[in-house]
Design a protein around this ligand. Sequence first.
Ligand code: AMP
Length: 207
Amino acid sequence: MRNVVLLGPPGAGKGTIAVRVAKEAGLLHLSTGDVLRDEVARGTELGQRARTFMERGELVPDAVVLAMVQERVKGQQGVLLDGFPRTLAQAEGLAEFLPVHVVVNLAVAKDEVVRRLGSRRVCRACGAVYNVVTQRPRTEGLCDRCGGELRQRPDDTPEVVARRYEVYEKDSRPLVEHYARQGLLKAVDAARSPDQVAADVAKILRS
Ligand code: AMP
């Protein structure tokens, strides 16, 4: 069983694609953003520490995220990591406890991700992701899957999106080169529809 890392800027579609491909590939989908949002919602100690970083579009400290991931992948056979690692230090820390076999980079231009994040909506209850322009729910404002209320993520406002993209450029983009040097990188054009992108990623995971 293989462990897979999904790279890409905010708004590249990491979460959407991960949900679509993980099950078929028999992988546990682990989104550090989802785990952190859940910790914040439950008001745990970790959530309280993470909250201010997330609200500002900054990264939660490496040691905190590494400990969180290490605990969740313990004993797992195949993992699809979504939104992690996000810094070289996280990649180096990860290598100490989990071998990475494939890295998929969802490549998409800045203009497109800014546009997507502005129209993204997420379900308050189950976290399902929609887009009011391209992936509309069947009933406006409500989740197709569970009927929950859709809302804009607090970090999808224009100011925070701008900061998240800067942080991506500075801290996370170097991971593309890092994993390319290790011969693990597969690039996918993520400017296309989720169906097309998911099909390509699924093919990589089967090969
Ligand atoms: P995401 O849902 O992946 O866009 O993540 C939302 C926010 O959670 C990010 O802007 C960070 O504040 C935090 N976060 C998620 N994953 C990480 C990570 N690997 N390292 C540090 N912070 C993270």
